[in-house]
Every structure is written in C-alpha cells, then in structure tokens.
Design a protein around this ligand. Structure first.
Ligand code: NI
Length: 180
C-alpha cells in the first residue's frame, strides 16, 4: 500500500485534458491500487488520476457509500477510459473535492447516467447510476477533462458557510411546514 500526494487546486495538471490509457500495464495497476488507498485514507468517494499528478483517463470511485443496501456500500469501481454514453434529467448536487479542501458547492448534474469503462482485467463494462452515485461519476469524469466542480458550480463557498446555509434553508422549510 502506498499513499500518493493529492494535488490541490491551482496545480496546472488539474486543468488539463488527460490522455487515453493505451495498455493496462503493471504500472497502471499499481497506480489504481495506490489511488484506492489514497481515496480511502482521505475519506473520499472518488479520486481521478490527475489528482495524484498522473495525466491519464482513469478514476476510482466508491459511489454507493450512502446506499441503503449494505452489500454495495464498499464497492469500488476502477474506471479506465470512461465514456458517458447517456444522461437523463437533472439534480442539484452538494459537492466537495479532495483537491479543493475546505470548500463545498452546488452543481447541476444529470439525475441518471450510463457510463462505460474498461476495468483492470481489460474488460469493457457499462453501468447505470442514478442520484448521488451519478454525481460521483460525473464529478470524477470531469477531472479527466480538466474541469473542477467549482468551475461549474452555481454556489461555491467554504464548507462552514455552505453547511450553515443548508441548515438555514432546512429551518426555513421547517417553519413553512409548521405555518401550514
Ligand atoms: Ni474531485
């Protein structure tokens, strides 16, 4: 197990278009293993290669952490050369990023997506994700095109401000409900 250093906003690599993975070499496998360890150690739900300084089109993700189905909460996806093949609907997502510590934002994302990618065995698979897992996949996918969520967020502020605002909205909503 090896942890890699997470690149932070301001680093040029986070703004670059990443390159297609041509072959799944032992180095790519090692990179993916390290990225999984690094993601878990940082308490993240996704990590893209440019976030550890590698300009390749691949990311790892644990998009089901909040699922009601315990059997899939730990499921890890290794997505090599991913491609979003279908998107439907919209949702507002509260997002953060390991490369932008201390901040959160609100982003419009598709409600449902299909995404295909190659795994470490070289097999191409297509998956469907909806709700939060779809957000995770879109967020990580954007990293491969040099896009950070804060570049496209409707609202972007410190985590403290963001969480306070969410609380205010919830309280207003609760008051409205009571007033009815
Ligand atoms: Ni991110």
């Amino acid at each position: 197990m090896a942890l890699r250093t997470i690149t932070e906003r301001g680093a040029e690599i986070l703004t670059k278009q990443c390159k297609t993975v041509k072959e799944i070499t032992p180095r790519i496998r090692e990179l993916c293993d390290d990225m999984i360890d690094t993601m878990k150690a940082a308490d993240g739900v996704g990590l893209a290669a440019p976030q550890v300084g590698v300009m390749k089109r691949l990311f790892v993700a644990m998009p089901h952490v909040d699922s009601d189905d315990e059997s899939i909460q730990d499921k890890i996806y290794v997505m090599i050369n991913p491609e979003i093949t279908y998107a439907e609907g919209t949702q507002e997502s509260s997002e953060g990023c390991l490369s932008v510590p201390g901040y959160m934002g609100l982003v419009d994302r598709p409600q449902k997506i299909r995404i295909k990618a190659t795994d470490l065995e070289g097999n191409e698979n297509e998956f469907e994700f909806e709700g939060f897992p779809a957000t995770v996949m879109c967020h990580e996918y954007d990293h491969l095109d040099g896009i950070l969520y804060c570049d496209i967020a409707k609202d972007f502020m410190t985590s403290e401000e963001y969480l306070n605002r969410l609380k205010e909205i919830e309280e207003e909503y609760a008051d409205e409900e009571t007033a009815k």
